[in-house]
Design a protein. Structure first.
Ligand code: SF4
Length: 319
C-alpha cells in the first residue's frame, strides 16, 4: 500500500504544534482568534500562527488555518485581510465553511489550499462535486459519515478526503446543530469590527455539548454519556484502502503530553500499515490505544463537564 495519507494534529499553542511535529505529524491546524469553531482560549493570535508557520517551514511540515465560522457580510474585508496576510507568509492551507469564501479565496489566492470544514456538512456526492467544481482541495468528512459512505465518495469524486480519528460524536450534523445557542447566546464586537460569540460554534463560539448530558426536567448535575472511542481505529485499514488522504486528530484543548502521545501512536501505526508486506499487530496497538484513551477520557470528560455546567447554571427551572 502506497504511503500517501497525511497525519494532521491540533496546534492549540506554538508548544503543542512543536510537540506534534516532533511526534510525527505532517501538519497542524490552528484556529485564528475569533474565526474558528472554538473559544478564544484555544485560538491563536496572528503572531503565534506566524511563529508556527515558520517552524513548520524549517521542519518541512504544513500549517492549516481554520477560519471556519459563518461570518457576517460586514466582516468580509477583515476576512480577506487576514487571508492575504496568511498567504504572504506562505501558509499551506485554510479550513473554511462558507462556500462563497472558498470560491473567493481560490480565485484571489490560488496558491492556498482550501479545505472544506466538517462544519460545512458535505455529506453526499453532489455536495462533494460542487466543492470540487469551485476548486477546493480537501473535504473534511463529517464525523457521522460511515466508512461505507466515505468509500463511496472516494470512488466517485476526485477530491481529497480527511477523516477524524477522534471526535465527539454528534447525533446531528455539526454545522447544523443549534442546541448550544438555545442555552447560551452572547457576543461582542471588537475594535476592528469582528464579532465574537459564545454558545454558537457556527459563528465562532463553542459547542456546550448539551447532547452529551442525560437531561431531566429538573435542573441538576449533567450525567455524561459514554462515547465509542475505538470505531475510527478499527476503520483505519479500510480508510487507507478507500484512499482517504488525511487523518485528523482533534484536541486543541488537550494537554501537550497527550497530543504528543496520540500523534506518536498514529504515526507508528500508519507507518506500519503503509509498509508493503508488513503484518501489523493490531491487538498490540489496541492495548496501547486503551491506555491513551483513558488519559484522553479524563481530559475530555472534565472539559465536557465544565462546558455543560456553564449552561446548566444558566437554565431557568421549568414553569
Ligand atoms: S451539541 Fe455539540 S456535540 Fe452535540 S450534536 Fe450539537 S454540535 Fe454535536
Amino acid at each position: 500500500m502506497e504511503n500517501k495519507v497525511s497525519l494532521l494534529a491540533p496546534g492549540g499553542s506554538p508548544e503543542m504544534a512543536q510537540a506534534a511535529f516532533l511526534a510525527g505529524a505532517d501538519a497542524v491546524y490552528v484556529g485564528a482568534l475569533g474565526w474558528s469553531r472554538r473559544t478564544a482560549r484555544y485560538e491563536l493570535p496572528d503572531q503565534d500562527i506566524g511563529a508556527i508557520n515558520q517552524l513548520a517551514k524549517e521542519m518541512g511540515k504544513g500549517v492549516r488555518v481554520a477560519l471556519n465560522t459563518n461570518f457576517s457580510p460586514l466582516e468580509m474585508d477583515l476576512f480577506l485581510k487576514k487571508v492575504e496576510r496568511f498567504a504572504q507568509w506562505g501558509v499551506h492551507g485554510l479550513i473554511l465553511t462558507d462556500p462563497g469564501a472558498m470560491f473567493l479565496v481560490k480565485e484571489s489566492f490560488p496558491q492556498l489550499e482550501v479545505h472544506v470544514s466538517a462544519g460545512a456538512n458535505a455529506i453526499n456526492l453532489e455536495d462533494l462535486r460542487f466543492y470540487r467544481e469551485i476548486g477546493v482541495d480537501m473535504v473534511v468528512a463529517p464525523c457521522n459519515l460511515t466508512v461505507e459512505e466515505i468509500t463511496e465518495i472516494k470512488r466517485y469524486v476526485d477530491v481529497g478526503i480527511e477523516v477524524f480519528l477522534h471526535s465527539n460524536t454528534c447525533f446531528t450534523y455539526l454545522g447544523k446543530c443549534l442546541m448550544s445557542s438555545y442555552f447560551r447566546y452572547q457576543w461582542h464586537r471588537d475594535q476592528e469590527g469582528k464579532n465574537h460569540f459564545w454558545g454558537s460554534p457556527n459563528r465562532g463560539g463553542y459547542c456546550h455539548r448539551v447532547c452529551k448530558a442525560q437531561w431531566s426536567m429538573e435542573k441538576g448535575d449533567p450525567v455524561l454519556l459514554k462515547n465509542d472511542m475505538f470505531l475510527a481505529f478499527s476503520n483505519i485499514p479500510r480508510y487507507l484502502e478507500a484512499g482517504v488522504d488525511c487523518l485528523k486528530i482533534q484536541g486543541r484543548e488537550y494537554s501537550i503530553d497527550l497530543i504528543s502521545d496520540i500523534v506518536s501512536f498514529y504515526r507508528s501505526l500508519l507507518d506500519e500499515l503503509t509498509q508493503q508486506g508488513k503484518e501489523v499487530d493490531m491487538a498490540a496497538y489496541l492495548t496501547q490505544l486503551e491506555e491513551i484513551s483513558m488519559k484522553r477520557d479524563a481530559q475530555r470528560n472534565s472539559r465536557t463537564h465544565t462546558v455543560l455546567q456553564e449552561v446548566v447554571e444558566e437554565i431557568p427551572l421549568p414553569l
